[in-house]
Design a protein around this ligand. Structure first.
Ligand SMILES: *Cc1c(COP(=O)(O)O)cnc(C)c1O
Length: 870
C-alpha cells in the first residue's frame, strides 16, 4: 500500500519522511518551539521570595473584592478604563473575572486528581453544544448575587453584558447538547472526566430568513469578539499525521513488523475550558483541539524561497478544525470530516497517554485507568488508533494490544436511521490512514473467524456482520467496528436500545447479549430549569427546598401540591411570567404581539422529515381552513401561539422547503383578519441553546411527534416536560418513558406504534388512500397545493405536496387523523385551567428521572464501573 495523498502545491507538508517513525511524534517541531515533553517542569531554582511559598488562593468573595478584580481586569487586561469601555470590553472583563474566581477550584481539582488518581472517563465527542457560559459559571460558583451588586454599583447593566456573549455552537443539536449536559453532570458528581472534542473556528451556522421566508446560512464567527472562557495551551501541542504508506521492516530483534510512513502532519493545539460542578468546588476540563501547521520540515522550503507557499500551508492545516459539518443525522462522507474525526481522537489519546499517564506506566493496566466513551460513530477511528500505538509504538503483539484496546472503549449509538450510520469508503481510509485500514482489516479477520466458528456455514451472516461492506462500495462500517471493539454498547432510551438489539445491531446482540445495555438520556437541571426558568425554580425551592437542583428525584415532593389551589395559581403565575418574557422578546425582535393567555404550542428541534414538522403544519392549516371556510367561528378554537424553532442542514433540500412553507403559512395566517389573532405562528430564526432557554420555559404544549421508531431518544422532550409543558407525542424515543412516568392522563398520545409502522410498511404503505378517505386532510393539503400561502405560486409547494402524496416516507398522512384527535383532546383539556395546571405540575414532579445526573449514574453502574467514583 503506497499511496501518498497530498494536495497539489503543498509540497512542504509531505516532507517529513525523515522523522516519521512515530505518527504522533515526540520530536519538537522546531528548535525554538517548546519541547513536547510537557511533563518536564524543571529545572529551575528554588524560589526565595516569600510570596512564592504561599499557596495561591482565589480572590475574596465580596462585592468590593469583585469590583476591584473587575476593574483591574478592565483597565489592565482589556486596556479600557470604565468610562471609555465598550459593552464588549465590559463583557470580556466580566467573563475573565468570573473565570479567575473559578480558577482555584480548577487547580485544586486537577491537583487532587493527580494525587489520588481514579479511573477516568475520556468522553470523546465531535460536538459540544455548550450554550452561553457566563450564567452557568455564575450559578455553579454561586457568584450571581455578588456580580449583580458589583455591576449595579459600577452602573453597568448585567443583562446587556449577558446579551453580548456569543454561545459556542460547537454542535448540531441533541447529540452535541447531550455531551454538554454529561460533562456538566460529571463535574457536579465529582467524577474524573475530560471531555475531548474539536474547537471549530466556525460552529453551527447562524440561520437567517429572507423576506420570503427561506433559510440562509451565515457563518458563525463566534470567536470574533474574543473567547474569554478558553485557555490555549500550545505547550501541550500534539502532532497528528496523515497519508503516506505502510511498510514492513525488521526490528532490532529481527522480528518482522509493520509501520506507518505518513505523508503529512499537523499540530493539534489544546484549548481548555473549565467545566464547573454545581457549588461543589470541582471544575473538570473540556479539551477542544485546534489544528495548526507543523513547522519542523519547513526550513528547506523557506530556504528555497517559497516563503509565501510555506506560510500558505498553514491555512491548509487549519482547515481541519475550521468548520463544524452542519448535517444532523445525515453525515456526508467527506474527506475533511474523516480528517476531523481522526485529528481529534489522535490528539486526545496521545494527550492522555503521554500527558496524563506517567512515563513508566504499565500499559497492560490501561483499562483500569481510562474508559473512552464514544459519542456516536464519529470518534470510532480511535479504536484502530489505540491498536496502532500499542502495536507499532510500544511493540506489543496483536493479542496483547487487542486485550487492552477491547477493554478501553464503550460505544453509544444515537440513531435508528440507516443513513445516519457512518460507512467510510475503504479507499478513502486507505489514502488518509493506511495503517489504520490494515488494522481494521486485522480486527475484521479475527472477528469474522469468530462469527464463522459460531455459525458454521452461515456466510450470509458473515457478510451482514462484517466491518467491511462490499456493496454498494467497499466501505468501513464504523458502527460495526465499534460494536466489535467496545466493552459495552448502549442505546439512549429503552425503546431505542430494544430496537438496536432487535434490529439495527441484532446479530451483534445475539453474539454478545451481555454487551448491550440502555442508558436513557438526560438533561442538566442546572441550565434547563434553575437557570432558564427562575420563576419556576424559585417556586419549587420555596416549596420543597433547593435539594432538587442536585437530586432531581426530589421533585416528587411536589406531587401533593398538584391538588393545592394556591400552589397551582403560583405555578400558573410562573408560567405566565415566562410567557411574558418570551412575548417581550417577540415584540422587540419580531414586532409581534403574543397574547400570553393563549396556549403556547412549541415545536423546537432540528428540521428533519422524520421529526414531522409537516404534521404540525397540517394541523395549523386544518385549524386555519376550518375558520376561513366558516366551519367554525374563531371563538370556537382554542387560541394558540404555535412556536417553531428549527435549522435545516444547508444541503437538505426538502427540509429547507419545509422551513420556507412554515414561514409562508405563518405570514398568511398571522395577517388574516378572519382568524382574529386566535391562531398565530411564530418562527424565530436561529434556534440555539440561548433561544431554547427562552422558549422552553414558556411552553404549555410540547410537540414530540416523530414517526414511532425513528427518534432515538430526544432530549427536548425532557426539557419541556421538566418546565411544565404537557406532551403531545407518539410512542417514540424517551416519550415512552415520559408517558409511563407522568401517567396516561397527563400525556396526549397518538399515532401508530413502532410495530404497527413496521407492519404497514411491510404491507406497502400508500399515502394516497389516506388522502382520498379523509376530507379534512384533503382540504388542508388542497389549500396548500392551491398556492394560498404562496401568492398563488404552486411551484413552491409542489415538491412538498408531491412527496407527501407519492412517498410520505415518515407516514405523516397515516398519523394525521390520530394527531388531530389528540389535538382536540388538548383543546378540551386547556379549557379547564385548573386541571391543566394539575397535569403540568405532575409532569414536573414526575420527570426527575430525566436529569443527566441520573444518566451519569447509569453509565457508572452499567458501563464505566464504580472505579470512576472517588
Ligand atoms: C435540546 C436541544 C436539541 C435537541 O432537541 P430534540 O427535540 O431532542 O431533537 C436541539 N437543539 C438545541 C439547541 C437544544 O437545546
Amino acid at each position: 500500500m503506497r499511496c501518498v495523498s497530498v494536495p497539489s502545491g503543498l509540497r512542504l507538508l509531505a516532507r517529513i519522511t525523515d522523522d516519521s517513525e512515530a505518527a504522533v511524534s515526540d520530536v519538537p517541531d522546531t528548535p525554538e518551539a517548546p519541547s513536547r515533553d510537557f511533563r518536564r517542569l524543571g529545572p529551575r531554582a528554588a524560589p526565595t521570595h516569600p510570596l512564592a511559598l504561599v499557596p495561591a488562593v482565589g480572590p475574596e468573595r465580596t462585592v468590593d473584592a469583585f469590583v476591584r478584580e473587575y476593574l483591574e481586569e478592565l483597565n489592565f487586561s482589556q486596556g479600557a478604563p470604565l468610562a471609555r469601555s465598550t459593552v464588549n470590553h465590559q463583557y470580556l472583563a466580566l467573563a475573565r473575572t468570573v473565570r479567575s474566581y473559578l480558577m482555584a477550584d480548577w487547580l485544586e481539582t486537577a491537583a487532587r486528581r493527580r494525587e489520588q488518581p481514579t479511573k477516568m472517563v475520556g468522553y470523546l465527542s465531535a460536538e459540544y453544544l455548550l450554550g452561553r457560559q457566563l450564567d452557568n459559571a455564575l450559578l455553579n460558583s454561586d457568584l450571581a448575587e455578588i456580580v449583580e451588586q458589583a455591576m449595579a454599583a459600577l452602573g453597568l447593566d448585567l443583562n446587556e453584558l449577558r446579551a453580548q456573549e456569543v454561545e459556542p455552537g460547537l454542535g448540531n443539536g441533541g447529540l452535541g447538547r447531550l455531551a454538554a449536559c454529561f460533562v456538566d453532570s460529571l463535574a457536579t458528581m465529582d467524577v474524573s472526566c475530560i471531555g475531548f472534542g474539536i474547537r471549530y473556528e466556525y460552529g453551527i451556522f447562524t440561520q437567517v430568513f429572507t423576506p420570503d421566508g427561506r433559510q440562509v446560512e451565515a457563518p458563525d464567527n463566534w470567536l470574533a469578539l474574543g473567547a474569554p472562557w478558553e485557555f490555549p495551551n500550545p505547550d501541550r501541542a500534539v502532532r497528528v499525521s496523515f497519508g503516506g504508506h505502510t511498510e514492513t521492516y525488521a526490528d532490532d530483534s529481527g522480528r518482522e513488523r509493520r509501520r506507518w510512513v505518513p505523508g503529512w502532519s499537523v499540530r493539534g493545539i489544546p484549548y481548555n475550558y473549565m467545566v464547573p460542578g454545581y457549588r461543589n468546588g470541582v471544575a473538570n476540563t473540556l479539551r477542544l483541539w485546534s489544528a495548526e501547521a507543523t513547522s519542523a520540515f519547513d526550513l528547506e522550503t523557506f530556504n528555497s524561497g517559497d516563503y509565501v507557499d510555506a506560510v500558505r500551508a498553514q491555512t491548509f492545516a487549519q482547515n481541519i478544525s475550521k468548520v463544524l459539518y452542519p448535517e444532523d443525522s445525515t453525515p456526508q462522507g467527506r474527506e475533511l470530516r474523516l480528517q476531523q474525526q481522526y485529528f481529534f481522537v489522535a490528539c486526545s489519546i496521545n494527550d492522555y497517554l503521554h500527558g496524563t499517564l506517567s512515563k513508566d506506566f504499565d500499559l497492560t493496566r490501561l483499562p483500569e485507568q481510562i474508559i473512552f466513551q464514544l459519542n456516536d460513530t464519529h470518534p470510532v477511528i480511535a479504536i484502530p488508533e489505540l491498536m496502532r500505538i500499542l502495536l507499532d509504538e510500544h511493540g506489543m503483539n496483536w493479542d496483547q494490544a487487542w486485550a487492552i484496546t477491547s477493554r478501553c472503549f464503550a460505544y453509544t449509538c444515537h440513531t435508528l436511521l440507516p443513513e445516519a450510520l457512518e460507512v467510510w469508503p475503504a479507499d478513502l481510509v486507505g489514502r488518509l490512514l493506511p495503517r489504520h485500514l490494515e488494522i481494521i482489516y486485522g480486527i475484521n479477520d479475527q472477528f469474522l473467524d469468530l462469527v464463522r466458528a459460531t455459525y458454521p456455514g452461515d456466510e450470509l451472516r458473515v457478510r451482514a456482520m462484517s466491518i467491511v461492506a462490499e456493496a454498494p462500495f467497499k466501505g468501513i462500517r464504523m458502527a460495526h467496528l465499534a460494536a466489535v471493539a467496545a466493552t459495552k454498547v448502549n442505546g439512549v432510551a429503552e425503546l431505542h436500545s430494544t430496537l438496536l438489539r432487535e434490529k439495527v445491531l441484532v446479530d451483534f446482540a445475539r453474539l454478545w447479549p451481555e454487551k448491550f445495555t440502555n442508558v436513557t438520556n438526560g438533561v442538566t437541571p442546572r441550565r434547563f430549569v434553575r437557570m432558564a426558568n427562575r420563576p419556576l425554580a424559585d417556586l419549587i425551592t420555596s416549596t420543597i427546598g433547593d435539594g432538587w437542583v442536585r437530586d432531581l428525584e426530589k421533585l416528587r415532593e411536589l406531587e401533593p401540591y398538584a391538588d393545592d389551589a394556591a400552589f397551582r395559581e403560583a405555578f400558573r403565575a410562573a408560567k405566565r411570567a415566562n410567557k411574558e418574557r418570551l412575548a417581550g422578546i417577540a415584540l422587540r425582535t419580531g414586532d409581534l404581539v403574543l397574547p400570553t393567555d393563549h396556549l403556547f404550542d412549541v415545536m423546537v428541534k432540528r428540521l428533519h422529515e422524520y421529526k414531522r414538522q409537516l404534521l404540525k403544519l397540517l394541523h395549523i392549516v386544518t385549524t386555519y381552513e376550518s375558520i376561513i371556510s366558516g366551519e367554525v367561528t374563531p371563538e370556537q378554537v382554542t387560541p394558540r401561539v404555535v412556536i417553531f424553532g428549527a435549522k435545516a442542514a444547508p444541503g437538505y433540500r426538502m427540509a429547507k422547503e419545509i422551513i420556507h412553507l412554515i414561514n409562508r403559512v405563518a405570514a398568511v395566517v398571522n395577517a388574516d383578519e378572519r382568524v382574529c389573532g386566535r391562531l398565530q405562528v411564530v418562527f424565530p430564526a436561529n434556534y440555539n441553546v440561548t433561544l431554547a432557554e427562552r422558549i422552553i420555559p414558556a411552553a404549555d404544549l410540547s410537540e414530540q411527534i416523530s414517526l414511532a421508531g425513528k427518534e432515538a431518544s430526544g432530549t427536548g422532550n425532557m426539557k419541556l416536560a421538566l418546565n411544565g409543558a404537557l406532551t403531545i407525542g407518539t410512542d417514540d424515543g424517551a416519550n415512552v418513558e415520559i408517558r409511563r412516568l407522568v401517567g396516561d392522563e397527563n400525556f396526549f398520545l397518538f399515532g401508530l406504534t413502532e410495530p404497527e409502522v413496521a407492519d404497514l410498511q411491510r404491507q406497502g404503505y400508500s399515502p394516497g388512500s389516506y388522502f382520498e378517505s379523509n376530507p379534512t386532510l384533503r382540504r388542508a393539503i388542497g389549500l396548500i397545493a392551491s398556492g394560498h400561502f404562496t401568492d398563488g405560486d404552486r411551484s413552491v409547494v409542489g415538491p412538498i405536496v408531491g412527496d407527501l402524496l407519492a412517498n410520505d416516507r415518515y407516514l405523516v398522512l397515516a398519523d394525521f387523523q390520530s394527531y388531530l384527535d389528540a389535538q382536540a383532546r388538548v383543546d378540551a383539556a386547556y379549557g379547564d385551567q385548573d386541571a391543566w395546571s394539575r397535569s403540568a405540575i405532575l409532569n414536573v414532579a414526575r420527570c426527575g428521572f430525566f436529569s443527566s445526573d441520573r444518566a451519569m449514574r447509569d453509565y457508572i453502574d452499567r458501563i464505566w464501573g464504580a472505579e470512576v467514583r472517588r
